[in-house]
Design a protein around this ligand. Structure first.
Ligand code: HT7
Ligand code: ZN
Length: 875
């Protein structure tokens, strides 16, 4: 497989003004006839260049230019390209291809899922449908005819407006769709199947009525309300916060069972993984409800940040993904609890993204090169990309940021553009210089901020010294300093102190003079605060103002002050994590969990403090995850970390038994389920308390879990109880698992949770269970949700079992990757990620993991997806 470089970008030699597609969907094969109105691009460097069309795994039936069939001598094929040498400056290209969607297990291009036809074209799937200029900077107006058996496929959908729908002879029907907005091929979609629909409407800010439709299988009609409400909320929010109105008269969502990612923003025909659209209290956890809300909004927001203004090339992927994640995070934050949302986002970033930045696949949010673009739908492109946009928002402030986004959308509506265009719009609208800030786009790796503080009693000054650095990453040995917005406050005995900075030009003004955003831009920089009346504790990186690793040598006493008093919810939580980390580190060192009394006291106090947000209490009590600890403690001794963390949890549970029990009782409620922030918070705290109590192995607590499992009507409480039982030695666990399966065997999404809870069990013997479950009738390796729930959860979220000392789980994962490499390469390469982190672990584990990677690499027919990840991880 070859490497593609950003520096090789050239404008397309040809443009496609209009695209006419006719699909005849059959049980045996599908015929696709295309008619493309093409012309040479006046901006192309070479006006006599041959026409090169992309196409993969296609059966070519016919090819004609301006109605004349081409002879075999007039075209040739090379790799993924179909080349026609002599073409006029403007012409009509007709092409017929034949496909076998029912055999397409890659879930890319046109494929079948639960009997219906559907498509997934991003990033380069359209070339599996017909020969085309399958690149995002070629935008065309699409008209699509779909012909299919009307019994089997009564619903026929594509992008844009329905132009006609008619019955044909021989039991077929035909619909014609036209999308007036020029779009790249990756936003094309088609759906055909037997689908039920939930309808609603939305009146836009200019009074236009939009039909909203969610298409699902009949049995799922009762699970669409939350997605519909989320969609309407998202549409209103985008009008209010960004001034963006929906632009067509119809917006469709279709749910499919087999999908490689969460959802896809095809113009006016979003296709969703069922797991990201269906929700009802009995089957869906609170996290599931929140995911539906977030993904529905994310895909909707793409209508502007991605569709109306799209990417010039795939190196610019973060232009649409980073910006859209930033937008959906702000939306979720407005719909629920902002601090909880921030903590969840930072947790993902500091575990998964920091790990990616420190590993063999590290790449800037605008990569310079790739082998397989599907491998670059990463936490770096999405989550770090969103953090970079968030920093621009912090640097500009909300008003200028909005001015910048208005300018960006106005200036580039209907265009395919670059990250540079986005930054330039922000600069032009605000007048703020983002020259150095651009390093965030071109440099990979997580910057480190080493901060120290000195208080001078005599002069009443407090000096913060900040040093920044960034580790080398593949291909980037040296890094230039970043422009980092560092939000700070100084916390005194009684709360935040007023800030008087020496050299005002060094900071960004904020309304409140007790918090400042410092512009860190040099490798080493001092910030001096004047008139500081007492020795403060610095509250740093408030709200996690930049995606960096902060190092400050806090004492326990300082952390306790922050955990108790900091007005910034994120920093309060972060202090709790830091204190938990100190306890775990000391448990590792002493092989015993003798908790510091002050730590127990502060946990006791927050447990009892009913004025606090219950969700934040839950988050502050939860110790740093094993995944996060593995980012901090090197080399990673998975078993040592697990034992130490569990012993600290148990010691805390022991010390706070009564308080936990009281808190559990207090959070019990019989009210009807609602996915409100307040109810979600209460369930989260209750289930956190239960999981602590279960560590004590007392009958009365096991009974609590049993009774919660038996009597809860919502999936959040039911699954939390089941998870507690599965991870305990309770006799009831086998029966509980059996009961759960029996009750939900006809609900695939619930059965996936059943797989997952077993795959994540940290007790010995889980690999055996996982292997057995792979033979369970409900498991299907062709379905990505099931693969993720069972194999993905076991290998990615069950450290102690995945890293069993005999290396059996490494072997297991490599076997599954080799199997999936043939059927679904995108899923294979994603599944593989835990093995690629081999360098972090103890030497014995490293050796075993390395051997499995080599075994994968020696496979003769490796997909480009798997090849790229394995070969880079061995370099
Ligand atoms: N923009 C969508 C990307 C996507 C995708 C990419 C590769 C392979 C399969 C895929 N399905 C969807 C998702 C999004 O960010 O909205
Ligand atoms: Zn997206």
């Amino acid at each position: 497989p070859s490497t593609i470089f950003l520096s090789d970008y050239r404008v397309p030699d040809f443009l496609i003004d209009s695209t006419h597609l006719q699909f005849e969907l059959g049980e045996d094969s599908t015929s696709v006839c295309s008619v493309l109105a093409m012309r040479r691009n006046p901006d192309a460097a070479e006006q006599g260049a041959p026409l090169k069309l992309h196409g993969t795994e296609l059966e070519l039936i016919s090819l004609a230019i301006d109605g004349r069939q081409l002879s075999d001598a007039e075209w040739s094929q090379s790799g993924e390209e179909l080349i026609i040498d002599n073409v006029p400056s403007s012409f009509s290209l007709s092409c017929e291809t034949r496909l076998r969607p029912q055999e397409n297990t890659s879930l890319e291009g046109l494929y079948k899922s639960s009997g219906m036809f559907c498509t997934q074209c991003e990033a380069e799937g359209f070339r599996k449908i017909t020969y085309y200029l399958d690149r995002p900077d070629v935008m065309s107006v699409f008209t699509v005819e779909i012909i299919a058996d009307k019994e089997r496929y009564p619903v026929l959908l594509s992008n844009g407006n329905l132009m006609s729908s008619e019955e044909q002879a021989s039991g077929k029907s035909k619909t014609v769709w036209h999308d007036p907005f020029p779009k790249p091929a990756y936003l094309f979609a088609l759906v055909a199947g037997k689908l039920a629909v939930v309808d609603d409407q939305f009146v836009t800010m200019n009074g236009r009525c939009v039909d909203l439709k969610i298409y699902v299988e009949e049995k799922d009609l009762d699970k669409c309300d939350h997605a519909m409400l989320s969609l309407k909320n998202a549409m209103r929010w985008d009008e209010e916060v960004y001034g963006r109105e929906y632009d067509l008269d119809i917006f469709n969502i279709v749910a499919v069972d087999d999908f490689n990612m969460g959802a896809m923003e095809n113009k006016s025909l979003n296709i969703f993984n069922t797991s990201c659209v269906l929700a009802k209290p009995e089957t869906t956890t609170d996290a599931g409800f929140q995911r539906v809300e977030g993904v529905v909004a994310h895909e909707y927001f793409h209508n502007w940040s991605g569709n109306r203004v799209t990417c010039r090339d795939w190196f610019q992927l973060s232009l649409k993904e980073g910006f859209t994640v930033f937008r959906d995070a702000a939306f979720s934050s407005d719909m629920g609890s902002p601090t909880v949302k921030r903590v969840e986002d930072v947790t993902l970033l500091r575990t998964a993204q920091f790990a990616e930045d420190a590993g063999p696949m590290a790449h800037p949010i605008r990569p310079d090169s790739f082998i397989e673009i599907s491998n670059f739908y990463t936490v770096t492109i999405y989550e770090k990309g969103a953090e970079v946009v968030r920093m621009i928002h912090t640097l500009l402030g909300p008003e200028l940021f909005r001015k910048g986004s208005d300018l960006y959308f106005d200036r580039h509506d209907g265009q395919a553009v670059t990250c540079e265009d986005f930054v330039l719009a922000m600069e032009d609208a605000s007048g703020i210089d983002l020259q150095q800030f651009r390093n965030w786009y071109s440099q990979a790796g997580t910057p480190q901020l080493m901060v120290s503080g000195v208080y001078d009693e005599q002069t009443k000054t407090y000096t913060l010294s900040v040093k920044q650095s960034c580790p080398a990453t593949p291909g980037q040995p040296q890094k230039a300093p970043y422009h980092i917005p560092l939000a700070v406050a100084l916390i005194g005995e009684a709360g935040q102190l007023p800030l008087n900075l020496d050299g005002v030009e060094a900071d960004i003004e904020t309304a409140d003079n007790t918090e400042r955003v410092l512009n860190v831009s040099l490798a080493e920089q001092d910030f001096v605060f004047k008139d500081v009346e007492e020795e403060p504790v610095p509250s740093l990186l408030r709200g996690f103002s930049a995606p960096v690793k902060l190092v400050f040598d806090y004492s326990r006493a300082q952390l306790l002050r922050l955990m108790r008093n900091d007005s910034d919810g994120f920093c309060r939580w972060d202090a709790s994590q830091h204190l938990g980390l100190l306890e775990i580190k000391s448990a590792i060192a002493t092989q015993a969990a003798l908790l510091e009394p002050e730590y127990i006291d502060v946990c006791r106090d927050i447990l009892a403090d009913t004025s606090l947000d219950a969700a934040m209490v839950a988050l502050m009590l939860q110790l740093p995850s094993e995944a996060y600890l593995a980012e901090i403690i090197h080399p990673v001794d998975v078993h040592g970390i697990h034992l130490a963390r569990e012993s600290v949890r148990k010691a805390l549970a022991n010390a706070l038994k009564d308080e936990l029990m009281a808190c559990y009782s207090r959070c019990q409620s019989n009210e009807e389920y609602a996915a409100t922030a307040e109810q979600i918070a209460r369930r989260s705290l209750k289930n956190t308390a239960l999981s602590f109590l279960m560590l004590l192995q007392e009958d009365r607590f096991t009974q609590l879990a049993v009774s919660q499992f038996d009597t809860s009507s919502n999936m959040t409480d039911r699954l939390a109880a089941l998870s507690c039982l599965v991870n305990s030695d309770a006799e009831y666990k086998a029966e509980a698992l059996q009961l759960f399966y029996q009750q939900w065997q006809h609900e695939p999404l619930v059965i996936n949770q059943w797989f997952q809870v077993q795959a994540m069990c940290h007790l010995p013997g889980t690999l055996k269970t996982v292997k057995e479950l792979m033979s369970h009738p409900a498991f299907d390796i062709r379905n990505p949700n099931k693969v993720r729930a069972l194999i993905g959860a076991f290998c990615g979220q069950n450290g102690v079992n995945f890293h069993s000392e005999d290396g059996a789980a490494y072997r297991f994962l490599a076997d599954q990757v080799l199997l999936l490499n043939r059927s679904n390469p995108q899923i294979a390469s994603r599944l593989l990620v835990p093995l690629t982190k081999w360098r972090k672990y103890l030497p014995a584990a490293q050796k075993l993991m390395y051997a499995e990677l080599e075994r994968i690499l020696s496979e003769p027919e490796l997909s480009s997806d798997v090849y790229e990840v394995v070969s880079k991880s061995l370099q």
